[in-house]
Design a protein around this ligand. Structure first.
Ligand code: FAD
Length: 324
């Protein structure tokens, strides 16, 4: 047993996910409090190059052909060996499809407590604690991270990814671990999202609509505003589930990750699954009649006016400003 903090690196198609840097930023404070060091755990095949800007004291690199593509069974197999050989104080993952699945398997397999959806972690007098957001982000729960080993999944919002990047490349230690492959889960193919619609991940102004838009006809107003602003419309999952927008416009865990200059969130509550896809926005402006909505935690500007009153006025003002 040691007091080290591990962060499992999430990567896809040669790119480290922002949530990894968020977890590294969180882990830096934990390591300072626990008195241990901070290790990024990188699993892959010929992926050593991804280690360069990880803000960790060292990178534990597990290289194996079975880890070339994400496979929860293989990831959990390799991490089981790593954690069992020298258990750290805490292992952080992103609260993403990849992270939550791997952490869940590990928790069951190693009988370790898993604290999910943490927005922040802290230390006071050497005691490690967490703040987790539940009920779609509306309730915050505080507690101590169980000893001796805890698994944690992190949601974005509290730490900036930049805080988790290192200026100097960390030492990379190649481990001799290889995942035991049972072959129950196999990787078949990576499916690129269907083309044909605009790619919202490369649009600089996004007008995002949530359930608060109330009906399909009102989406037209959002389209009008987006057009006036030179941007595009996207939405939360309920809007897509209702068929008011195509799947290609969904932002979040099951949709796309976007990084626009401006993200105007209209009638979106700010559930963790949605925030996961838009927390990289340069500027977020939220309009929501519920002042307690979690979207205001990630927005720089906000208003609690009724979006259906605001939209016609906003369209008029933007069009007038363009003409004037
Ligand atoms: C495994 C999993 C994956 C998921 N993936 C995604 C995903 O990729 N993307 C995603 O978005 N969700 C995803 N979800 C769903 C997510 O948990 C939330 O349910 C969803 O994001 C809520 O969407 P919403 O904010 O539009 O609706 P709600 O949570 O219902 O919020 C509507 C908001 O509109 C406000 N409002 C209502 N009327 C008005 C008005 N007239 N003016 C101003 N404000 C108003 C309300 O106050 C409320 O805050 C996922 C869930 C799971 C379990």
């Amino acid at each position: 047993m040691n007091q080290d903090i591990h962060v499992v690196v999430e990567h896809l198609r040669g790119q480290v996910a922002d949530i990894t840097y968020v977890a590294l930023a969180a882990a830096r404070g934990l390591a300072a409090g626990s008195g241990g060091s901070l290790a990024a755990v990188l699993l892959g095949h010929n992926d050593e190059g991804l280690a360069g800007d990880l803000g960790a004291d060292r990178v534990l690199y597990i290289d194996d052909p079975a880890l070339a593509d994400f496979n929860p069974e293989h990831y959990a197999g390799a991490l089981t060996e790593l954690i069992s050989a020298d258990p750290p104080r805490c292992v952080l993952f992103g609260d993403t499809s990849m992270g939550a699945e791997t952490a869940g398997i590990l928790s069951a397999r190693l009988d370790l407590p898993l604290v999910s959806r943490c927005r922040s972690v802290d230390t006071a007098n050497g005691a490690l604690s967490f703040v987790s957001q539940i009920c779609g982000g509306k309730i915050l729960v505080e507690g101590a991270l169980p000893e001796p080993v805890s698994l944690v999944t992190m949601v974005p919002g509290h730490y900036q990814p930049e805080e988790g990047r290192g200026a100097v490349a960390p030492e990379v230690i190649q481990t001799s671990i290889s995942p035991r492959v049972a072959g129950r889960v196999t990787f078949n193919a990576y499916l690129e999202p269907a083309v044909g619609d605009i790619d919202i991940s490369s649009v600089s102004v996004l007008v995002a609509v949530g359930r608060g838009i109330a009906n399909e006809d009102n989406v037209e107003m959002a389209e009008e505003l987006a057009e006036a602003l030179g941007g595009a419309v996207c939405g939360s999952r309920p809007v897509v589930d209702q068929g008011w927008l195509p799947t290609t416009r969904m932002v979040g865990k099951s949709g796309k990750r976007v990084k626009p200059d401006v993200y105007l969130a209209l009638g979106i509550s700010g559930a963790p699954e949605h925030v996961e896809g838009m927390s990289g926005s340069e500027l977020t402006i939220a309009v929501n009649t519920d002042v307690g909505a979690p979207i205001f935690d990630v927005a720089q500007y906000g208003s609690d006016v009724d979006l259906l009153d605001l939209l016609p006025v906003l369209i008029e003002q933007v069009q007038a400003a363009k003409e004037g």
